[in-house]
Design a binder for this molecule. Structure first.
Ligand code: FE2
Length: 246
């Protein structure tokens, strides 16, 4: 392994307690097996980490942001538009950031080898997309509303409908992962992933809002979801080791 040299770069402030989910959330059973048992040790970042791979805008294809146009026919389900901005804590937009999403289909099933519950796969839906933020930090996806799905974490356990989000900065060490939920989901009360975020206001920031101005007549419902990187209004981010299909 090669270590970078040069000055250590300043570290970001640690988030407030209660905003990000704890490493060990006993109600979320699989975290028992994969949360760190020892205190975390921060590896200093130097210029080498940040001048590594750079994600070029040309890697994003024309249909990557439109999950309803990646196959011969349209997927089943309620067509939706999910849009918002990526922002710094002072409201400055974050341009040229790669935003990736993955989600279950309208029946609540992922196209994933480990997902085999008896809900139908959709031959016209892969469930992954990506987009770059523009100069104003805006991103936009067209997709279908994902269904809820069971996950055996506890008795009669169902995940509320959600879309997974990943954001890259300008290097692979700058990745943030979160989930977006839909307003008024009746399954929030029993979901240990959603409720692992102890801070009520932070939980609310994971929920998108219905956006009538983004809704297209006779076409698709609009939902708005801003992602704030730091500060008191910061979005909730997950550890990457929890970044599976749950
Ligand atoms: Fe999921």
């Amino acid at each position: 392994m090669t270590y970078s040299t040069g000055p250590i770069l300043p570290r970001y402030r640690m988030p407030r307690e209660g905003v990000h989910p704890p490493h060990d959330s006993p109600e979320y059973k699989s975290t028992r097996l994969r949360h760190p048992q020892q205190p975390l040790e921060f590896i200093p970042q130097r210029l080498g980490e940040l001048t590594g791979p750079v994600l070029g805008e040309d890697r994003v294809g024309e249909r990557d942001h439109d999950l309803t146009r990646q196959h011969d026919d349209e997927p089943q389900g309620q067509r939706i538009i999910v849009h918002g901005r990526v922002l710094e804590e002072d409201g400055r937009p974050v341009p040229n950031t790669l935003v990736e999403i993955w989600q279950a289909n309208a029946a609540g099933r992922y196209r994933h080898a480990w997902d085999n519950w008896p809900a139908p796969l959709d031959p016209n839906f892969t469930g992954v997309g990506r987009a770059m933020t523009d100069a104003e930090g805006r991103y936009r996806f067209v997709t279908v509303r994902p269904g809820a799905y069971p996950w055996r974490n506890h008795s009669n356990a169902w995940r509320p409908a959600h879309i997974h989000f990943s954001l890259f900065g300008r290097a692979f060490t700058q990745r943030l992962v979160t989930q977006m939920y839909f307003p008024d989901d009746p399954l929030f009360f029993q979901d240990p992933i959603f409720n692992a975020v102890r801070d009520e206001k932070a939980r609310q920031r994971m929920i998108s809002s219905y956006d009538h101005s983004a809704t297209l007549e006779e076409w698709a419902l609009g939902f708005h979801f801003d992602i704030v990187l730091r500060g008191p209004e910061a979005s909730v981010f997950e550890d990457e080791e929890d970044d599976d299909h749950e």
